[in-house]
Design a protein around this ligand. Sequence first.
Ligand code: ME8
Length: 510
Amino acid sequence: MGRFYITTPIYYANDAPHVGTAYTTVNADAMARWHRLIGDETKFLTGTDEHGQKVADAAAKHDMSPKEWTDQKSAQFRRAWDVLNISYDDFIRTTEPRHYESVQKFLTAIYDNGHIYKDVYKGLYCVSCEDYYTTESSVEGRCPIHASVLVEMEEENWFFRLSAFEERLTSFYNDHPNFVTPPTKRNEAFSFIQGGLRDISITRTSISWGVPVPWDANHVFYVWYDALINYLTAIGYGRDADEVATWWPWSHHLVGKEIIRFHCVWWPAMCMAAGLEPPAHVQVHGWLLLGGQKLSKTMAASGSVRLTDIAPIDLTNEFGVDPLRYYLLRETALGNDGDFSHEGITQRYNTDLANNLGNLVARVTTLVVSKCGGVAPRPRDNSPLRPGAELALRTAADAWNDFSPQSALEATWGLIGATNAYLELHAPWKMEQGDELNAVLGDALEAIRLVALLATPAMPEVCEAIWQRIGLSATPGEQLFAVSATWGQYPGGSIIVKGEPLFPRMKTAE
Ligand code: ME8
């Protein structure tokens, strides 16, 4: 047992939560839940990024002050994450006093260490990225990510001497081969460093919506510079050195692939410059892309066509919270791009949830009611299902530990498939009452108990409901995995009542 500090990017408070931001947040939540299950002391941080020109522009467009606007927007994020059953321990807003204090102390440390100087900056700026581009890195004067026209900017700014950290970053990457995962994304980050680093401007005079620079009243910090520090604010940087020492060595940042440079190059260099170790690990994920598939009726009715227009809440209304969480975790390996579609969710729902999991639970509980008088039998120590279940437990646990929810769920569904096949083989529905029938059903009940334990980080409510269905009064998410994940603990003897289907089948989209 150890510690685990997991963070999501803090989302810009200029927009509403959407499927993309839900994807990251659900993945981080499943990781946090897994680590709590294995007994790690866990801290899960998410929040909103509330400074910068993009947010100031959005507020102005809505005739609001930036503060009013971000109050409203951050509340919207909290609501969405509450609906998705996100178990965050802290929700940070970069407009909070605690953040101002940490940012000012952190950047003053870098300044005092001689890594910040003043110069004039001239360049092409993308407001959506809140980042500068060079003529070479732009695409005919447009942003390579947003395709928007870049704006020529010239400012006197404070600069961070990033170029001075090339060698230290190179050694750091060589000494910490798993600093960034998956390896393809690590190589991408490393090639940024090998390509040569330029100093970066870290303050602005053109806007006032930001954290004031303590040593120069005319400047505010550039939004990315203040934003990255949120990961330290939340563990007390500048206020509680013990808390920083408790959590920082166990830090894991989960981020989308478009912000690799900030998290895997700038951020470790900033930490080094401030006299701190870089974070322990950055896990990069790919993008969900909206394929050319038909949209659901809800989506069509709201006129949505872009992924960033799809509200997670519309999807939970249609599919339920846990099925959406399952789809987001199961469909795409973390690190790859994935396709998001209404058909995809419907298919996962009908196949994996209704046919495989739902059907298994329904079959077994119905048989216990009809053939065993509702009294659950016990599993056998030497059950033929046991070796497969033990393998699934090991494989899924390794995958969860390895930030691979897709593989963890694949292994879990492997056990569901094996249990359904075991039932087909023995056909308990044709058996008379007696030891053989009890043995088959007891084994299947134990497999169901273990499946729900393994799937609880992904589907906490459904898994709790499954344990109730099989007569267990405890909650799978509150167990200690090492204690609960051994074959044969299903006690038997409980009274089982047949319930409503866990996953009523969905109609496929016409
Ligand atoms: O970048 N697929 O905030 P942001 C998967 N404030 N993930 C997606 C996605 C998609 N189509 N679209 C967005 C910022 N995301 C900064 C971060 S951190 C110190 C500051 C997710 O609101 C993904 O995690 O633009 C991506 O990195 C994040 O949303 C960007 O959110």
